[in-house]
Structure formats: C-alpha cells, structure tokens
Design a protein around this ligand. Structure first.
Ligand code: BGC
Length: 416
C-alpha cells in the first residue's frame, strides 16, 4: 500500500510544471508564434482569418453552423448590437451515434456534408434566404473570410475527399441537394476566432481567443496585420512531454501531429489518464472512457467501478484522483503559459495591460478550478508578475455559434 502511494506521487511529479517550466514554455511559444508570423519554419501557424474585431454594433438574423468537435450545431441567431443577441433555434447532433459514424475513413465527403446540411435545415425551419456563418474548427487555408480549404483533419476525424476542397463550396452543394438553396454560406472561421468575436461583441476587451474542448487552439488579434490570426496552437512542438504523452500520440489516428493538443484537448486527456492508470495499477485491462466520465469520477457523480469496471482500494482511489487532477492542472497551466507568450508578443516593451482572454470549451466550463489555474499560470509564467496581474479568463459559452453569426454579419458588410 505504501508503495502505491509513493508511486502516484512520483508519477504526479512528472506532470508538475514549476515557475521556471512555465516561463520557458511561454518564451518558447512566443518565439515559435513570431517565427510563424515571419513566415519562418515553425510548429505553430499564423493563418490569416481576414477578420478584424467587431464593433459590437453588427445586427441582423443569421444562420450559424458549428462543426469541429463531437457535435454539429446549427442555430438561427439574431444579433441586436448593444442589446446583445438571441439564439432563436438550436439543433445539435453528435457526429457519432448508435447506428452511424460520420468521422471515419469509410464516410464520404457528400455523406458528411448532407448530415450537416440537414441539421442546418432543421434549425432554419424552412428554405429562407438566410446568410450563414460556418465555424469550421480545423486547420484551413484561407484567402478571404468568405471561405477556406481544409489543410488536414485533426481530433481523430478521417473523412476522405475533404482536404484541399472549398468547405463552404461543399456545404453549399449539400444545402442545394437537400432543398435549402436559399441559404447562402458567406463566412468561414475557426472556433477560436468565433470565441474572440463573440467575447468582444459582448464588451469584453480581449485580444486572445482560446478553445479547449475536444481539441485545443488559440488565435489573437495581430495589429500588424489588422486581423485575427489562427495559431493552430495544438501543433506546437514545445512543452515537456512524458512517456505517457508519447504513448497517447503513438496510439492516435495522426501520430506526430497536434502533440500539444494531445496534452490539453478533451479528446485526449481521457487517454492520457487511462495510460497513467494502467501504469499506476499495473494492469492492462483498463477500458476506454470519456473525459467527461473521468471528471464525473473526481466529482463523485461516478464510482471507480462505473468508470473502470472494477473496484480499487481507498488509497488507490486517492492516487487515481491525484493523477487525474494533475492531468487537468497541467493542461490548464499549459494554456496559461502559452497565453502569456502571446500577451508578451502583443505588449512588446510595454507593461501588460488589464485585459480578458476569451475562452470556450469543456475544460474551462466543466472542470472545477480550471479558470483560476490558467490565470495563476499566466502570472507564474513571468517570474516578475504578481498574482494580482489583471488578466481575466472569460468563459464564453455558445461562442462558436454567436461568433459564426457575427462573422456572417461582418462578411455582409465587407463583401457586399
Ligand atoms: C483544430 C483547430 C481548432 C481546435 C479546437 C484543433 O484540432 O486544428 O482548428 O480550433 O481543434 O477545436
């Protein structure tokens, strides 16, 4: 028993990031982002979005589509400027159900986009002449805010025939095939950009947008380009990796890709915890479970038997909770350090100003304490900053949908 307790503490220590680690990570992230911006070889990207920040006065009724995680969501949203917004309808369906799976290599692009178009159809409530903003949360090549082509899938999606194609083109064809020819996709953006737009629209003066749901990514408003830039932060190759991280990566659909995301995204934290549990309990029959289940184990909503299918001793349970907590804490700290890297880039020689960081995703919304761990890590990343430094994490639900509607409004102003 004593050995088991000692083991979990040693294991937990391997995930621990101290002030010096966070500072190194922040500097490395900043340098890598600046290399990407300068067009040098870099594990981060600096993908142009062709969207600036909203004034908060954009108005109108739009369709918003959000595809990038476990669920596809479509909504009809009215933006009322200073009076905020109303989500009038909302339809959400999982990409994988009991009898279907639109994520695998045996799905066609047409089948996937027909599935998406039908969700739009349901939310629109008829073939009405709506403009649509599409939050498509994968790495894309973009030459205007109107459309983009997929560079490569991530988050274990593997549908052939989409990479290199115009995403709004595929969506438009599917809408026409499904009797929705009056709905016009006019904007395409990433979920991080949508989160930032949505937060600024609601009067939070943020320059950085972060998503930590199924996947992980960050964007920021780059003054030198007068537009938001998508870093595809999940691809960052820095950050201290453990053997457990390497194992999660090796067993994933795209080994070697998005390694930072595999230390932060909800699609992978469960896998990381699972390989650690196998190591800790020295057994290889630990079944797969979701990150949500993993969190329910720590919050007491589920028992160890519910999640793992077998019982453990109270001491082992304590070890499991400590290891799971360490997995979530490290993810939040990494987000904080990476944010500090970009805040440093934006501040240059000046002192950091009080500001918000717009953030959306289950890690901040569902896991207790995560926002304050991120804020703490921002401070600890710069050895000189006190805990009182005014960086506020602003969780932003529905950001991906609201942001899609705002982008549609911005595109109508920009391109018509
Ligand atoms: C994608 C990003 C996206 C992030 C969060 C990553 O896998 O490459 O484009 O923003 O997930 O959804």
């Amino acid at each position: 028993m004593a050995d088991t307790i000692k083991d979990f503490k040693t294991m937990q220590q391997k995930l621990n990031l101290d002030g010096a680690d966070l500072c190194r990570l922040a500097q490395d992230f900043r340098r890598t982002a600046e290399d990407a911006l300068a067009g040098k070889k870099s594990s981060l990207s600096a993908l142009r979005t062709y969207l600036g920040l909203p004034t908060g006065l954009e108005t109108g009724t739009f369709m918003a589509l959000d595809f990038g995680g476990t669920n596809v969501r479509a909504s009809r949203i009215t933006l009322s400027g200073a009076d905020g917004f109303t989500i009038e309808t909302k339809v959400s369906k999982p990409l994988r159900g009991d009898a279907y799976d639109y994520t695998t290599s045996s799905t066609t692009a047409e089948a996937l986009f027909d599935f998406i178009a039908n969700i739009v159809k349901e939310a629109a409530g008829g073939n009405e002449p709506y403009k649509l903003g599409f939050t498509f949360s994968f790495a894309v090549n973009q030459t205007s805010a109107k459309d983009a082509s997929l560079i490569a899938w991530s988050k274990e999606i593997d549908v052939p025939g989409v990479a290199g194609k115009s995403i709004n083109g595929l969506l438009k064809e599917a809408l026409v095939r499904n009797g929705m020819d009056r709905i016009e996709p006019v904007a395409l953006l990433n979920d991080t950009t949508a989160t930032l737009l949505s937060s600024v629209y609601q009067h939070n003066p943020a320059q950085i947008g972060i998503v930590c749901g199924t996947g992980f990514n960050m964007c920021y408003y780059e003054p030198a380009l007068s537009m938001i830039v998508n870093l595809e932060a999940g691809g960052f190759s820095g950050g201290p990796r453990t053997d457990w991280d390497r194992r999660v990566d090796e067993e994933s659909q795209q080994p070697g890709d998005h390694c930072f995301e595999k230390m932060i995204g909800g699609r992978y934290l469960n896998e990381l915890f699972r390989v650690m549990v196998m190591d800790y309990l020295d057994r290889d029959d630990v079944p797969r479970f979701t990150t949500r289940c993993m969190n329910e184990l720590f919050s007491g909503e589920k028992t160890v038997r519910d999640v793992l299918g077998f019982d453990v001793t109270p001491a082992q349970k304590e070890g499991l909770c400590a290891l799971g907590g360490a997995v979530f804490t490290r993810a939040a700290q990494m987000i904080g350090a990476a944010s500090f890297g970009i805040l440093g880039h934006l501040a240059g020689e000046e002192e950091l100003k009080e500001q918000a960081i717009a953030i959306e995703g289950s890690l901040v919304e569902k896991i207790a304490g995560v926002p304050s761990v991120i804020e703490g890590a921002v401070c600890r990343s710069c050895m000189g900053l006190s805990e009182g430094t005014p960086i506020h994490i602003v969780p932003n639900s529905h950001g991906a949908s609201i942001g899609a509607a705002i982008a549609a409004a911005l595109c109508c102003l920009l391109y018509t």
